[in-house]
Design a protein around this ligand. Structure first.
Ligand code: SAH
Ligand code: SF4
Length: 391
């Protein structure tokens, strides 16, 4: 009988599963805390739970991680994991460290249904939506890789010590918890932010993304607040308001063009939801204000969208929106038909936007040597012939 995976269940679902299998209600909080605050990967790590119960849970449930098919580190310390799920599908997850913080770029789909012409992921067919578990697991894998789990609190530590001295006599592998703990960074975590900017369009997989982010935001687990989470969309207008109301995370819009004619070409979803409608949805975004501005991403494509006139039109369009602009030098991939705007052009464009009162940093390219930069992600997952995509 295959074991029931617990990762990716909402708290309510976890409680229902535990109670259904004869565990006390209060175990929910403990199990949740062990999985999401301490990063337990096996039930014997859960030292505040009796040995008998640990064993029973181990027989019934699974909290195993997906496989790491690749783990690459760039010369600039950007890190990329190729995460492989049980069905063999793979996605990429990228960690971008900065001085005193770090963002994890999480994927929402295997491939993408949209085919933005400048994006490597867009050349893949959509293979499948990621489940909430697949999304949460990317964060767990990153915390493992960075060695950033919370240490168990005092009571838990004593119980753990008792448990481990017993466990060490019978089963040496349980000692691994200590080794893992020895490398934890305590409260000085590097993984402080989440950006839903990996492979896929998160608002075309909203239910799973919402469930995963709710787990990630839970204060008794991974505990990354909505203010430190940014969801990037190519402009799925009908889902934007719901996202703001239900999740309240920061919003990023992949704008990339200021005229519908050009945006239709670069971001084909624009034919369905044109610029005017998209910006209307931004004006109504419930979680935006002057302190929490909407980020407008603008990929700099030489002679395509990078003129002074484009910059001026951008400022005009953003009027009345609490906005900031992120200029992204286009990252090349084999087979693409674009070139990156020159440094001079990027700066001239940035100056116009900046002078109009919008912050407009040019995003530093990170992890290019390991193909981890924006828009370079692509896995070799392919939809099997004749297989239907469940959306
Ligand atoms: N599907 C979502 C989120 C993933 S893409 C979206 O489109 O917003 C994350 C960002 O990288 C988007 O702004 C996307 O337009 C940008 N991007 C895609 N390909 C790129 C490339 N080759 N160079 C630079 N940015 C790119
Ligand atoms: Fe999909 Fe975003 Fe890439 Fe467009 S830019 S193809 S929406 S991942």
């Amino acid at each position: 009988m295959s074991k029931l995976p617990l990762i990716g269940l909402s708290r309510e679902e976890l409680q229902a599963v535990l109670v259904e299998h004869g565990f006390e209600k209060f175990r929910t909080k403990q199990v949740w805390n062990w999985i999401y605050a301490h990063g337990a990967t096996e039930f014997p790590h859960m030292s505040s739970i009796s040995k008998d119960q640990q064993q029973k849970m181990g027989e019934l449930f699974s909290i195993a991680r997906p496989t790491i098919a690749k783990d690459l580190t760039s010369f600039d310390d950007t890190r990329k994991w190729l995460v492989e799920f049980e069905d063999g599908n793979k996605v990429e997850t990228v960690f971008i460290p900065e001085e005193d913080r770090g963002a994890l770029c999480v994927s929402s789909q295997v491939g993408c249904t949209l085919s933005c012409t400048f994006c490597h992921t867009g050349t893949m067919k959509l293979v499948r939506n990621l489940t909430a578990a697949d999304i949460v697991n990317q964060v767990l894998v990153a915390r493992d890789g960075l060695g950033e789990w919370d240490k168990p609190r005092k009571g838990e530590a004593r119980a753990r010590a008792r448990h481990e001295s017993a466990a060490a006599r019978t089963s040496p592998e349980h000692a691994s918890w200590d080794e893992q703990e020895a490398s934890t960074g305590g409260d000085n975590k590097m993984l402080t932010n989440i950006v839903m900017m990996g492979m896929g369009e998160p608002l075309y997989n909203y239910e799973n993304v919402a469930k995963a982010l709710t787990i990630i935001m839970d204060g008794e687990g991974i505990a990354i607040s909505k203010r430190r989470i940014t969801l990037s969309t190519s402009g799925v207008v009908p889902m934007i308001e719901k996202c703001g109301e239900e999740l309240g995370v920061n919003l990023a819009i992949s704008l990339h063009a200021v005229r519908d004619e050009l945006r239709d070409e670069l971001v084909p979803l624009n034919k369905k939801y044109p610029i005017r409608e998209l910006l209307e949805a931004c004006r109504r975004y419930p979680a935006a204000n002057n302190a929490r501005r909407i980020t407008f991403e603008y990929v700099m494509l030489k002679d395509v969208n990078d003129s002074d006139a484009d910059a001026r039109e951008l400022c005009r369009l953003l009027k009345d929106i609490p906005a900031k602009v992120n200029l992204i030098p286009w990252n090349p991939w084999t087979g693409a038909q674009y070139e990156t705007s020159s440094r001079n052009r990027q700066h001239a464009f940035a100056k116009i936007v900046n002078d109009a009162g919008y912050s407009s940093p040019i995003r530093a390219t990170r992890g290019q040597d390991i193909m981890a930069a924006c828009g370079q992600l692509k896995s070799d997952s392919e939809r099997k012939k004749g297989e239907k995509v469940k959306l």
